[in-house]
Design a protein around this ligand. Structure first.
Ligand code: FO1
Length: 324
């Protein structure tokens, strides 16, 4: 079994909100630190797409594969030891193959699509896939309804994967839209967790691409605003740079400052404590001036030890917040 390195208050139920890679890293740290039944991880599905008639949920898969220990850290997506024979054959047929779906990864999408066609919700499907991979905390999509992140760019409106993979984030972003959000409902376990959790952790994911879609689901923002327990976020911007992905470029294009202070500004009404990196310690006073509390530590998660250390640190902030 897993050794619990930091036995956080057993009673504490933790809700973590995550996007892709950065979110999955902290989620893994939390997974290794908490008891499985203490943790609910709600994941962005604005990046979801259909390819070859299959339903793809990249962020759900990134979190699921990471917790299952089968994630490909080198490419930054999909499964370890992957092959691409199916994709090559699809290419022979002239199908669009700019989105690199591996042979094993395709099994996930085939099974997900089959279960959805049988009438299961995305939450139920995710739960089933996780169980089969031996992943035990609850991983939930933000919604069982379709919400699609659309990038409004100088090259027109692009779906997230077109913007991110096909055009490699090159077009200039003018704005974002979350198509379908207005009609979407929170996934049932997300709603339950928002109403019963003792604390919320906003993982270091791109606020515009990962957290905003989650916040766009009706009711989420208000429940986060009125949440009574500690709400702790970890800044995905360190020393004026995004650790991964296009956050810095997008911030600049949208006239935002590329700094953890901007993260604080973005999150100030839904967050109490913002964890920033040691290299940004000089910005703590600016963050405090916005009404948040800055907490400073190493936030760069290269090794698994880094991930559990950051998780333990975040949980210690929560313990201090729920004990008094
Ligand atoms: N990202 C890429 O940059 N290129 C790809 O070809 C690609 C394929 C892919 C397949 C499955 C999957 O789950 C993710 C994949 N990603 C790929 C990553 C994905 O675009 C992003 O990780 C997320 O949507 C951003 O959070």
């Amino acid at each position: 079994g897993r050794k619990l390195r930091y036995p956080v208050q057993m009673k504490n139920q933790i809700l973590a909100l995550a996007g892709g890679v950065g979110g999955a890293k902290l989620a893994l740290g939390l997974y290794k630190t908490l008891y499985p039944n203490q943790l609910t991880i709600v994941v962005n599905t604005g990046d979801d797409e259909e390819f070859h008639g299959l339903k793809i949920s990249p962020d759900l898969d990134t979190v699921m594969y990471t917790l299952a220990g089968i994630y490909d850290n080198t490419s930054g997506w999909g499964l370890k030891d992957e092959t691409f024979n199916t994709l090559k054959m699809l290419k022979t047929y002239g199908a669009a193959t700019w989105f690199n779906l591996g042979d094993k990864d395709l099994a996930t999408h085939i099974e997900r699509t089959r279960l959805i066609r049988m009438g299961l919700t995305l939450s139920q499907v995710t739960n089933q896939l996780c169980k089969k991979l031996g992943v035990h905390p609850v991983i939930v999509p933000m919604s069982d309804n379709s919400v699609r992140t659309i990038a409004k760019t100088n090259k027109g409106n692009l779906t997230f994967q077109e913007y991110f993979v096909k055009y490699q984030c090159k077009p200039t972003i003018k704005g974002l839209e979350f198509k379908g959000a207005e009609q979407a409902k929170m996934a049932p376990e997300f709603m339950e967790s928002l109403n019963t959790a003792d604390a919320i952790i906003l993982c270091p994911s791109n606020p515009l691409l990962s957290l905003s879609p989650i916040l766009s689901v009706p009711g989420v923002r208000n429940l986060l605003k009125s949440f009574s327990g500690p709400r702790v976020a970890v800044s995905p911007i360190v020393a004026g740079k995004a650790l991964k992905g296009p956050a810095a470029k997008m911030f600049a294009e949208l006239g935002m400052e590329v700094s953890c202070v901007e993260i604080a500004n973005f999150l100030k009404d839904i967050c109490d404590i913002l964890v920033i990196d040691n290299s940004d310690s000089h910005l703590a006073s600016k963050i405090n001036a916005l009404g948040l509390k800055a907490a400073v530590t190493n936030t760069i998660m290269n090794t698994d030890a880094d991930k559990t250390h950051l998780a333990e640190y975040v949980l210690s902030l929560i313990d201090n917040g729920t004990n008094n």
